[in-house]
Design a protein around this ligand. Structure first.
Ligand code: ASP
Length: 332
């Protein structure tokens, strides 16, 4: 054995031992588990992550704190997603993200990570409907009146969103094309700051997840024109809101899924510990109650499974990519 080799062997053994110990000890005491949210604080993805953080903390038996870290920016929250793709794979930096994971490969040129292979899939979280809402100053009080206002104000209407490839962007684009009127989109780093401007009347309309809009609709801070599901919601605050479909927007249906991801290379037993904790968290009655109160539906047991999560995203990518390419849209 040459000297160099002799010195490498014990080092490699040491690294293996250290790594194994790390996996066995997960979560490392006094080291918080960070849930990275790729949008601004106070918005819908942030809401889901904060509720999940609390449920996960309990699921880990209080062994560690679970914190939310907002890392906003880029198309579809690219900056936060990339941060997690490049993070230390020790299970202490995780990503909570939505439908944009299935849009990235078709939309972003020179994507700095591969959605399919640079993440470990830890299970899905929930499905969240969206609502079409407007500034309180609008003269319209229902969808029919909104359409009259839209027709009378063509060329002057603006629609807030969380940037290209965000859920609000997808919903807003689909709605504009369904009604056949072009509107100016106004991008924000998340729909929390967009909501502030909508309430203030600086922008006219927005389509956003119920996890952000429910309390504003309930408090009459914004006007609500319709929900994006096939059937009306049962959530008390939203049960009287008609669907967009029943108001004539043909086949208009969109819900936003959320999932949990870790950087590639996170040890298998750490992934298992996180998935076990996720399953406990998603069955936590407090978590379920909070989600239901916001119109969100916690996923089934099957969709909590990492393999199912991975399969689902692969299928969504295969579905979305040709549509995005055919539309000729892209982001850098
Ligand atoms: N709702 C946002 C979106 O449109 C993101 C957010 O602020 O959570 O994707």
């Amino acid at each position: 054995m040459n000297t160099l080799f002799k010195s490498i062997v014990p080092l490699a053994a040491l690294a293996t031992v250290a790594f194994a110990a790390q996996a066995a000890d997960y979560p490392i005491k006094d080291k918080p588990v960070a849930l990275v949210v790729p949008f601004a604080a106070g918005g819908p993805t942030d809401r889901v992550a904060r509720d999940l953080a609390e449920a996960l903390r309990k699921a880990f038996g209080g062994a560690t704190s679970v914190v939310v870290e907002n890392s906003a920016g880029g198309p579809g929250g690219l900056i936060g997603a990339n941060k997690v793709a490049k993070a230390n794979p020790d299970g202490h930096t995780l990503l909570v993200h939505h439908i944009a994971m299935s849009v990235f490969p078709g939309l972003v040129r020179n994507l700095p990570f591969k959605v399919e292979t640079d993440f470990e899939y830890l299970g899905m979280i929930n499905d969240v409907p969206m609502t079409l809402i407007g500034k309180p100053q609008l003269p319209a009080n229902n969808y029919k009146e909104l359409m009259t206002w839209v027709q009378a104000n063509k060329g002057k209407i603006n629609l807030a969103n969380a940037g290209m490839a965000s859920a609000s962007h997808l919903c807003g684009m689909l709605w504009q094309s369904a009604v056949g009127v072009d509107m100016t989109t106004v991008p924000y780093k998340g729909t929390a700051p967009a909501m502030t401007d909508l309430i203030g009347g600086q922008v006219d309309l927005m389509c956003d997840q119920t996890t952000n809009t429910t309390s504003q609709i309930e408090g009459k801070k914004v006007k609500a024109f319709g929900v994006t599901t096939a059937k009306r919601l049962t959530t008390p605050a939203l049960k009287d809101l008609p669907t967009l479909q029943e108001q004539g927007v043909k086949d208009f249906q969109i819900t936003i899924f959320h999932g949990l991801y870790a950087p590639k290379g996170t040890p298998a037993d750490v992934q298992k510990k996180i998935n076990d904790a996720l399953k406990i968290a998603l069955k936590d009655p407090d978590f379920i109650k909070k989600q239901e109160g916001l119109g969100a539906v916690v996923v089934t047991d099957k969709r909590m499974e990492p393999a199912e999560h991975k399969k689902f995203i692969a299928a969504e990518i295969a579905k979305m990519t040709p549509v995005i390419k055919a539309a000729g849209v892209y982001a850098d």
